[in-house]
Design a protein around this ligand. Sequence first.
Ligand code: FA5
Length: 353
Amino acid sequence: MSADTLSNLKIQIEKLKKDFDQNQQINADKKLIYLGKKGLFNELSKEIKNVSNENKKVAGQLLNELKTYLQNRLETNSSVDHKNKWVDLTIPGKDQESGHVHPISQAIEEISGIFQKIGFTRVRYPEVDWDHYAFEALNMPADHPARDEWETFFVKVPPNKKMGKVVLTPHTSNGQVREMERLKHQPPIRMINIARCYRRQQDVTHTQMFHQFEGLVVDKGINIQHLKGTLDYFAQEFYGPGTKSRIRPFHFQFTEPSFEVDFSCHICHGTGLIADEHGDKQKCGLCKSGWHEVGGAGMVHPNVLKAGGIDPQEYTGFAFGWGVERTYTLRKGLNIDDIRYFYSGETRFLAQF
Ligand code: FA5
């Protein structure tokens, strides 16, 4: 047991030395990380309490040697010769690492551009909004069971008599009636609303904060073909030529009919099968079915048009709402199996984009 602890300590000392030698930071930072009060050396020294009494002396010696090693290295690596007090100005400086736009912000810019090319206007609506816009005006009256699907965070403030409680928006559909109001109930409407959304969900495909983009088109004579054409256009623009879209019957309270939207898989091109090294067909490992689901869509429910002051006898519309993270991770060449990485602050992950 005690020998084990001593050999563990030796391993950790070697690891720390290696880590120190590979660390490219400037000396002042390294000094703080390794020899600072809360530095790695002091952390490791605490291990001595686990070493048996008979081995404590050896452990102490090893730690002293480690400290001297680190101190010497810091001194020899320094561009300042402390003994002679001169500075070697010819030593090249260290490049400042420059950051870049977050991959999800890049995706948002690209998505906005794609829709702006076909006449959609990018809008922003509150991410902390009234229940009225998030649910009530979307044909989900108080206590309607459909509300449960949105796993909503409610804000602890007094409710408004007309607008209800305050919520962290669980979807960008809150922008639908707001846009109808902004345009004084006068179609044509062609909006793309991209914003943060919040839900009580967390796993490899869900985060508590995520982004959605919501399209809304309202005009005279708008039908499902316009929706399908828009989906196909986006599929080709965002995922590349040959990508197809598919709609499947679904249910949302605020669209009728409603659909789930899928895009064809870029690996197996919608077949669900790929050939292995012997030419035999195997199930596609990415999609398993040929298609990836990205979100919902449908024809705007007459009650939603009415809530926005638009006559459903005169106008019709379509709407769609998809997750930016989900849409982005399905892109060719990206193999992101956990969307939580986007918000982990892990620079080794983010630097790849
Ligand atoms: C909606 O939110 C509807 N508002 C979409 C809609 C708009 C339908 C307009 C019809 C007309 P849904 O709950 O399925 O639908 O979410 C849509 C997409 O948002 C999901 O497919 C997923 O891509 C993304 N999404 C939902 N919850 C999360 C989450 N917690 N983390 C990451 N992405 C999420």
